[in-house]
Design a protein around this ligand. Structure first.
Ligand code: ZN
Length: 121
């Protein structure tokens, strides 16, 4: 018997999720997610849901894996390299309005959307 593989002619491997980054916590994972989304790269966070369900785990102890489709891996890694360079040269900042800690690459607070350089007060 012969299997019908007509629908398998395209390259499946391009649409396999690839783990490109292990974020220390959900906040960092969301920063990376934002960067990738800005670049038009679809991404998937692994662990965030689990973390929410467990609730009692301190926010900074739940590692979150960031995944992208294999076809976007190279592009995503370039963004990550850039992100890590910026991380080293720019410190994280605390939102003056809601006191949330924001990643250095954030232009505005992820929580309340206050602009980073708003130092009028
Ligand atoms: Zn804020």
């Amino acid at each position: 018997m012969q299997k019908n593989n007509v629908n398998k002619d395209y390259d499946d491997s391009a649409f396999v999720w690839v783990n490109i980054y292990d974020a220390a916590n959900a906040m960092e994972a969301n920063i990376i997610k934002g960067l990738l989304m800005n670049a038009g790269i679809q991404c998937d966070l692994q662990g965030e849901i689990l973390q929410g369900a467990l609730g009692e785990i301190p926010f900074d102890q739940g590692a979150v894996a960031v995944r992208v489709y294999a076809i976007k891996e190279r592009q995503a890694r370039e963004i990550l390299v850039n992100y890590q360079q910026v991380q080293q040269s720019t410190p994280d900042w605390v939102c003056p309005k809601c006191r949330e800690l924001n990643g250095s690459t954030f232009e505005f607070c992820w929580s309340c959307r206050t602009v980073k350089n708003d130092e009028s007060e």
